[in-house]
Design a binder for this molecule. Structure first.
Ligand SMILES: [Mn+2]
Length: 368
């Protein structure tokens, strides 16, 4: 594996942060993966990236059982591995690096236990958040990331087509979701994240997830499928009806047109809230404003929800390399809901929709 991309990332990150912190403690496995390519799921064991501006050194703290997966990349990246055994206290080596009363950079989701235990060995200095620095980098995808995100979207579309082809009266939402995850694995997907297949009145609850409800012949079915492929996310939603779709049409077309109008205004330098306003304004004009109960979209990348968030207060200027979802919805409590979601890449002169699935209530439109 060529680690040049990661060398550049970690150097850029050090350069951006070095004047404001003495030491950075990075505990999010996703951020560590972004900066080093080292992808571990440490569960409760301590796994940290420490960037020490004071010592001009970078360390990875990792348990011995992960040693083989860590040390070669560390050598390549100029990182010093601090490997500990289960019988050892890894905080002892942390306390050797981090001086008392120094300025520490941490993520907002650092487990409190890490700070608490470190505080037993040293006098904790000022804690400052580093999220803006790292999120600011992750926000703009490079060519390598864009290539994977495009592949992920392509594969996810195949999964969604497969699900739609397999919907039939009598199958449960959960059976369909499980089958879809098996199919996704056969296409090389790392994992399915919270697979949402909802039918009938369940579609009115945006993030309910799949249940044991049996799909019946005049149901509307909402498929919101999120996959992780090669570390990156695709998150696509479609709604189809397997029988008479008359009663779903009006709301379906309002959502579809709102989504397409919102996508159409995407270009660099406009504030993200305009995308939300476009979708929301259209839905409000049609009298369904109170039933659009979530933001219009969210960034995707190594995580399912990341910046840029697309809501009414989001002032961030869209820039080439940003990738986010556009997914307005209308949810009529107790009846049904419709959401349509694509994945959009901002380019220098507009956008590319990474998804080219039909947007139709009729399942036959999805079948090859
Ligand atoms: Mn989404």
């Amino acid at each position: 594996m060529n680690l040049d991309i990661y060398k550049e990332r970690i150097n850029r990150f050090v350069y951006k942060t070095r004047d404001n912190f003495d030491h950075l403690i990075i505990s999010s496995p996703t951020n560590i993966r972004y900066l080093t390519s080292i992808a571990l799921e440490p569960i409760e064991r301590l796994f940290l990236l420490i960037i020490s501006t004071r010592n001009e050194a970078i360390y990875i703290v990792a348990p011995e059982l992960e040693k083989e997966r860590v040390i070669y990349k560390c050598m390549e990246l100029g990182i010093e591995p601090l490997i500990y055994r289960d019988s050892e206290d890894p905080y002892l080596s942390l306390a050797n690096i981090i001086e008392s009363n120094s300025i520490l950079g941490v993520e907002n989701n650092i487990p409190y236990g890490i700070i608490h235990k470190l505080g037993k060995y040293i006098e904790l200095g000022e804690l400052r958040l580093i999220d803006d620095y790292i999120n600011g980098m992750r926000l703009i995808k490079d060519e390598y990331e864009i290539k994977i995100l495009k592949e992920a979207a392509k594969i996810n579309q195949e999964v969604i087509k497969h699900i739609i082809a397999n919907i039939h009266a009598g199958i449960t939402e959960r059976e369909l979701a499980n089958e879809a995850c098996v199919y996704a694995s056969s296409l090389g997907v790392e994992k399915c994240i919270h697979p949402i297949i909802q039918s009938g009145p369940n579609t009115s609850l945006p993030h309910m997830g799949s249940s044991n409800r049996k799909i019946s012949s005049d149901d509307v079915v909402l498929i919101d499928f999120t996959i992780l492929y090669n570390g990156y996310v695709s998150d696509i939603t479609r709604v189809v009806s397997i029988g008479d779709d008359t009663k779903y049409r009006k709301i379906f077309y309002v959502v579809r047109d709102a989504q397409e109008k919102a996508i159409d205004i995407i270009r660099p330098n406009i504030p993200a809230y305009l995308v939300d306003r476009e979708a929301r304004g259209f839905i409000e004009e049609h009298g369904y404003g109170e039933f659009f109960i979530h933001r219009t979209g969210h960034g995707i990348g190594l995580e399912v929800h990341e910046e840029p968030y697309i809501h009414s207060k989001s002032n961030i200027a869209l820039s080439p390399g940003m990738v986010f979802t556009v997914e307005p919805g209308i949810y009529i409590p107790g009846k049904f809901g419709v959401r349509i979601e694509d994945n959009i890449l901002v380019t220098s002169d507009g956008y590319v929709n990474l998804v080219n699935l039909p947007k139709s209530l009729s399942r036959s439109d999805y079948l090859d």
